[in-house]
Design a protein around this ligand. Structure first.
Ligand SMILES: *[C@@H]1O[C@H](CO)[C@@H](O)[C@H](O)[C@H]1NC(C)=O
Ligand SMILES: *[C@@H]1O[C@H](CO)[C@@H](O)[C@H](O)[C@H]1NC(C)=O
Ligand SMILES: *[C@@H]1O[C@H](CO)[C@@H](O)[C@H](O)[C@H]1NC(C)=O
Length: 502
């Protein structure tokens, strides 16, 4: 293997004489202010807090989209979602498109090196005709999960908390109830929320044990349904946090993180495993006290304010990554190039948007990322990016509220804040004003003109390099494609029900 010659890491990585393992934990609709270590007063997240205390915590880490599917596409490919066509909005159970199979995922980067690849949880990058776009077609040998959001199917009469507390609120009707898939087979429809997390945890720990036994390097990707709406949790977590349903769901996710860490320890693989944690986009503030919290950041899901895309993130690798805090600008885009580097795998021969983070991880260095570009939920060539961050500065060219952030008192977050063009752009200093409260007075401070010019140059260069892939979501939907455990039954979608066992 290639020894990664970077300071603190060199010893451990080379001595291990084995390819490193990767565990990628990805929470859903989780905000900057939601975790114990980010000072939420009633969040109960002892395992994530331990990762934060003993790992490297990022303060300036971004996803590429304020909604699910595009954010996941860029995480797994190291490319902005516009390139792979995962826009506008998100994929549905009966979507015709999905993440194109010629996109290279992290799993596909690692598989040729002999990695075991496993995934549990929320895919949300397409299902398609007969499961064309499932994770099993994108490099994951093992998969247990719901292939999209768990509110994408009627949930009205389903149990979300034991003993029999029905799911709160309304989910999508007129489509099939959400399936649980093992590989490409539907094993439950509707899924049993109360026992789901235990099934995930067992699948994850079995996967690690099995790979460790065979001395096979492994990549485990766990994009959790927690803490997306509607909240649910099983027996071990219900009623345990002071934070209500959201807190219990978060605690349940945290417990699985704990089980995974314990299994790494028990199998002797912890020292040779990079665990990375972050989330897909900001909190869905419209769920009010049942939703997440962006802490001191402005707005949440659906917006290009900080609360929509800036996420908690942690890199944890005991003995290799020194505990601490980094303010370096980083993104989900950078995970693929970093993993490839650590495994010594060749990068996919495509235009990547991610950069290698190893200098940040091992030397607490400044990193290579120059800028972060904020695409709205519906990127277009006409409008381009809504905002750009360069260094400590962020310039908003367009702003817009979102229904998903609609219940905050700040009017800018609300749906009634229609698309607004800013010329000159709204400029903020995110180091002294992370909440985007005080726009800089560009006229009164002539030195800022060059900042704006540099940002504009970066933006122009980026947009000139951006080739929009054909929109996969724009291909539309076909009700016949929705997953059904009983394909020949009628009338659909109602008849797509299978006895659930656990
Ligand atoms: C995948 O195939 C499509 C259609 O041929 C093409 O437009 C796109 O550029 C390809 N993407 C990659 C990453 O090769
Ligand atoms: C799925 O596969 C079955 C069996 O091969 C085939 O009959 C059916 O037409 C396929 N469905 C779609 C939507 O392609
Ligand atoms: C929920 O159950 C009630 C009572 O069995 C039934 O009348 C209603 O149609 C169900 N609602 C949905 C959305 O399935």
């Amino acid at each position: 293997m290639e020894c990664v010659i970077v300071g603190f890491a060199v010893l451990s990585v080379c001595q291990a004489a084995a390819l490193p393992n990767f565990v990628l934990l990805f929470a859903d609709d989780l905000g900057y202010g939601d975790l114990g270590f980010s000072a939420h007063p009633t969040a109960l997240t002892p395992n994530l807090d331990r990762l934060a205390a003993d790992g490297l915590r990022f303060t300036d880490f971004y996803s590429t989209s304020p909604v699910c599917s595009p954010s996941r596409a860029s995480l797994l490919t190291g490319r902005y979602q516009t390139r792979s066509g995962i826009y506008p909005g998100v994929l549905y159970p009966d979507s015709i498109g999905g993440l194109p199979l010629n996109e290279t995922t992290i799993a596909e980067v690692l598989k040729p090196l002999g990695y075991a690849t496993g995934m549990i949880g929320k895919w949300h990058l397409g299902y398609g005709a007969n499961g064309t776009y499932l994770p099993t077609r994108q490099g994951f040998d093992h998969y247990l999960g719901i292939p999209y959001s768990h509110d994408m199917g009627p949930c009205h009469n389903l149990t979300c908390f034991p003993p029999d507390v029905k799911c709160y609120g309304y989910c999508d009707v007129g489509t099939v109830t959400v399936p649980l898939m093992n590989g490409e087979t539907i094993t439950q429809q509707p899924v049993d929320f109360v026992h789901l997390e235990d099934a995930y945890s067992n699948f994850a720990t079995d996967f690690i044990r099995s790979a460790a036994q065979k001395r096979q390097p492994f990549f485990l990707y766990y994009p959790s349904h927690h803490t997306h709406y509607p909240q649910y949790a099983g027996w071990k977590s219900v009623g345990r946090s002071l934070r209500g349903p959201f807190g219990d769901a978060l605690l349940e996710f945290d417990s699985t993180v704990g089980n995974i860490l314990q299994t790494l320890e028990e199998t002797g693989t912890l020292d040779n495993t990079l665990v990375f944690f972050t989330a897909d986009n900001g909190p869905e503030l419209m769920r009010m006290s049942r939703g997440g919290n962006s802490g001191l950041l402005k707005c949440g899901k659906g917006t290009t304010y900080e609360g929509g895309m800036r996420e908690p993130a942690i890199a944890y690798w005991p003995g290799v990554i020194k505990p601490g805090v980094t303010h370096s600008l980083s993104s989900t885009l950078d995970i693929l190039p970093t993993i490839a580097r650590l495994a010594g795998a060749p990068l996919p021969k495509v235009q990547l948007d991610g950069v290698d983070m190893t200098d940040i991880l091992f030397n607490h260095g400044a990193g290579q990322r120059e800028a972060m570009f904020y695409y709205p939920t519906d990127p277009s060539e006409k409008y381009g990016v809504f905002a750009v961050r360069m260094g400590k500065y962020k310039a908003h060219y367009y702003t817009r509220g979102s229904p998903q952030s609609g219940t905050t008192p700040d009017q800018d977050c609300q749906l009634i804040s229609f698309l607004k063009y800013h010329d000159p752009p709204l400029l903020f200093d995110l180091e002294s004003d992370p909440s985007e409260n005080y726009k800089l007075n560009v006229k009164a401070r002539p030195e800022l003109a060059s900042v704006l010019q540099n940002i504009k140059d970066l933006k122009d260069r980026f947009e000139a390099s951006m080739q929009f892939g054909e929109s996969e979501i724009g291909k539309g939907t076909d009700p016949k494609l929705a997953p059904c455990c009983n394909p020949e039954c009628s009338p659909k979608p109602k008849c797509c029900q299978c006895l659930t066992t656990h």
